[in-house]
Design a protein around this ligand. Structure first.
Ligand code: URA
Ligand code: CA
Length: 440
């Protein structure tokens, strides 16, 4: 069977729903070997899949494991997913904000890998916090307080875990139908009624250009709509780290400052666009714009912060860090990185800044590696800033003193300056929904 399917895909023919289902079941069941699946993945990489094939692949993957049923929770359940980046702490802000507005958040998250962080690791910077929730605990908690964030279990989309591991070692990660089905299968299996995606573009993103990000967004929105789950995608910039603080406890700190109304900037702006779209998709506000004053008042009244506190308590965490952020894991060593040049910051290699945080201990190179929750860095400059020699670019935090020199070199090299300023790109490029791309 697999030889026929391989020949079809090699000759740029479409695979039927039945063929795709048999292939995925056969691979997960061990009847189709890795070498045949690798050849298929490469054929898909080269010859693509149309929207219908991509949906069939996605649903075959969804059916390879557990499917979460959130129907016991009242209201429109909306899941939010980011394609990943550096200093991307949106979930910790957006989840309590929209829950405080009355939208139920039942979210499954993952750990960080490589240069990108993961929500589960960040939450573990909070003493006592547990993300190992059963389905029953999750449902009860969302009914009681509207918010729960749990670790994605191995029972969710096993086909994706197997395919992703194979793609990783066969040069077949960067294919839009494969990425789109990978992400959407996990969102669909997680049980949400509607899906909001944050698709990143730029030097710190999977998709380096806005055009590629738009194509991925279109593919994912098409999948969502074809399976009856309203899906929108925000296209947002990763040309520089999103938040100023990178690293697990440092990112929790920044999220708390935003929820308190003590911090503005790009991270908060993207959180508002995401939360605004979620409130709109849930039918709580008549337009995304109408959500912004609602979000402002949730922060100013302390309701968003209160929701965050309830959430931490419900999952077993101690809340004293909310009043005193220095209770979060702290690194033993810090080092200021000073500029050796003068000029306008024209580009940042955000991927390299993420690698710098990883080197300090904040990230893992492979699945299962231990990480240092206190490690990371705080950026003191952004794109377009004018910097003098000796100005502080960033402060590094680590327990590995020996990493400081290499990390400071990585960081300095990641920031390019020029005597002329350049026009900055937009933080939010646009929104993709079933009607296409909307840019304001
Ligand atoms: N993230 C995923 O979950 N899957 C991919 O294929 C790429 C990024
Ligand atoms: Ca601190």
């Amino acid at each position: 069977m697999m030889l026929t399917l391989l020949a079809k895909k090699r000759e740029k023919q479409r695979l039927t729903r039945d063929e795709i289902k048999k292939m995925i079941d056969g691979y997960v069941g061990g009847q189709i070997p890795d070498y045949q699946m690798s050849a298929m993945l490469m054929a898909i990489c080269c010859n693509g899949m149309d929207d219908e094939e991509t949906v069939d692949l996605t649903m075959a993957m969804v059916e390879s494991g557990d499917i979460v049923d959130l129907s016991a929770i009242e209201g429109v359940k909306i899941d939010k997913h980011s394609t990943g980046g550096v200093g991307d702490t949106t979930t910790l802000v957006v989840a309590p904000l929209v829950a405080a507005a009355g939208v139920p958040v039942a979210k499954m998250s993952g750990r960080g890998l490589g240069f990108t962080g993961g929500t589960i690791d960040k939450l573990e910077a909070i003493e006592g916090f547990s993300t190992a929730l059963s389905k029953e605990q999750m449902t009860k908690q969302v009914r009681d307080i509207k918010i729960a964030i749990a670790q994605q279990t191995d029972a969710l989309v096993p086909a994706d875990r197997m395919l992703y591991a194979l793609r990783d070692v066969t040069g077949t990660v960067s294919s839009i139908p494969l990425i789109a089905s990978s992400i959407m299968s996990k969102k669909i299996a997680s049980g949400a009624d509607k899906i909001l995606l944050d698709v990143k573009f730029g030097s710190g993103a999977f998709m380096k250009t806005v055009e590629e990000a738009e194509k991925l967004a279109q593919a994912m929105v098409a999948i969502g709509e074809l399976v009856g789950r309203e899906t929108r995608a925000v296209l947002s910039s990763m040309e520089e780290p999103l938040g100023k603080q990178i690293g697990n406890s440092l990112e929790v700190e920044e999220a708390v400052q935003i929820l308190r109304g003590k911090k503005d900037g790009h991270l908060k702006q993207v959180c508002y666009v995401l939360a605004g779209n979620m409130l709109h998709m849930a039918g709580i506000v008549p337009s995304v714009r109408a959500a912004y004053p609602v979000l402002d008042s949730l922060i100013q009244s302390g309701k968003a912060m209160e929701k965050f506190r309830e959430f931490v308590i419900a999952q077993g965490g101690k809340t004293d860090f909310i009043e005193d952020l220095s209770i979060l894991p702290q690194a033993s060593y810090q080092m200021e990185v000073l500029s050796e040049k003068e000029g306008y910051i024209t580009t940042m290699d955000t991927h390299q800044i993420g690698m710098c945080a990883s080197l300090l201990g904040a990230g893992r190179m492979k699945k299962g590696d231990a990480i240092d929750l206190s490690a990371g860095l705080i950026m003191h400059v952004g794109l377009g800033d004018w910097v003098r020699r000796g100005d502080r670019l960033a402060v590094l935090y680590t327990n590995k003193k020996e990493a400081l020199i290499d990390a400071s070199t990585l960081l300095r090299d990641a920031i390019k300056m020029s005597e002329h300023s350049v026009k900055k790109g937009r933080l939010i490029y646009g929104i993709v929904d079933k009607n296409g791309l909307h840019t304001e």
